[in-house]
Design a protein around this ligand. Structure first.
Ligand code: GLY
Length: 300
């Protein structure tokens, strides 16, 4: 089974499923899935076409992992369209788990990745408009100014084999118009993503700072390890954020998506509007609206 965040997860799942059908591994599948929104210029929160930081630089964060503790990540990577593939090289070719900024850039070049101009005319226009009309305000206010933040955000993708083995990937351009150097939850193991053999996997989307504060995906996996269902584990993490942060998250979106080793799927969000895509072992995909703390799911 393959699960991923948001409506655009359906296309990612299709690519991941095709990769498995072609004989690829679970890691191959989640990488192929993550590459779909990374290449989509109309997706302004992931990869090519992502909105830039406050200075106009598109900087990308990504992580990939299997369920045996093999992890690779990049953060604040510029000029490469597929940070998820660079993250996989970090996992497979280095003794490290994360490279950032100039070092990640140098590594990507050394690994033979081609440079790409990531700032599209549309994203640049949005940035210039933001510069003209907005004062910089950190975190949730920047997220809100993106306008579509509740509908389009990070892609996290999890694959679970029929044998219960797992892999996951997560990739994003992060919060629109963020401070230069800002890194969210997505590339951090246990924050934007965690998969664990014998338990399951979880991924997060929404305001990364709120997920990072509680090591959100690790919390969800830990709850599943203790016996909670994926849905209950996601709800527990969201409820914890709401209690901890109160008014600070009243307009923010945070959501978790999880799958356990038996293929049971659960999701929960702070606000209505979070959707996720589930592809079953026959390749059929369903997009669902998650339940949320602050209201019923939006009708689909
Ligand atoms: N959840 C993605 C980010 O905040 O960067």
């Amino acid at each position: 089974m393959i699960v991923s965040t948001w409506d655009f997860g359906a296309a990612a799942n299709a690519a991941a499923f095709a990769r498995i059908k072609a004989g690829g591994s679970l890691l191959d599948a989640v990488e192929a899935g993550a590459m779909v929104p990374e290449a989509d210029p109309t997706n302004h929160s992931v990869g090519f076409g992502g909105y830039p930081d406050r200075e106009g630089y598109v900087t990308l964060d990504a992580i990939i992992m299997d369920d045996r503790g093999n992890v690779g990540a990049v953060a604040a990577l510029e000029d490469f369209a597929h940070p998820i593939s660079v993250a996989r090289r970090v996992m497979e070719k280095t003794p490290h788990t994360m490279l950032v900024g100039a070092g990640a850039h140098q590594f990507a070049l050394e690994q033979g990745f081609s440079r790409t101009k990531l700032l599209t005319p549309e994203a640049e226009a949005a940035w210039r408009e933001w510069l003209r009309t907005s004062q910089y305000k950190p975190v949730a206010n920047s997220e809100n100014q993106r306008g579509s933040a509740l509908d389009h955000d990070t892609i996290g993708i999890l694959a679970c084999g029929t044998d219960g083995r797992l892999a996951g990937a997560c990739t994003t351009s992060g919060m629109a118009f963020k401070l230069r150097g800002r890194i969210g939850d997505s590339p951090q193991s246990g924050c934007g993503l965690l998969v664990e053999a014998g338990v399951g996997g979880a991924t997060a989307t929404g305001v990364g700072e709120e997920v990072t504060r509680i090591a959100g995906s690790a919390r969800v996996v830990s709850s599943m390890r203790a016996g909670m269902s994926p849905m209950a584990a996601c709800r527990e993490a969201v409820t914890h954020i709401a209690r901890l942060r109160g008014d600070a998250v009243k307009d923010a979106q945070v959501a978790f998506l999880a799958i356990d080793r038996r293929g049971e799927v659960g999701a929960y969000a702070l606000q209505p509007g979070f959707t996720y895509a589930v592809t079953d072992t026959d390749g059929h995909t369903r997009v669902s609206a998650a339940e949320s703390l602050k209201g019923a799911p939006r009708a689909r």
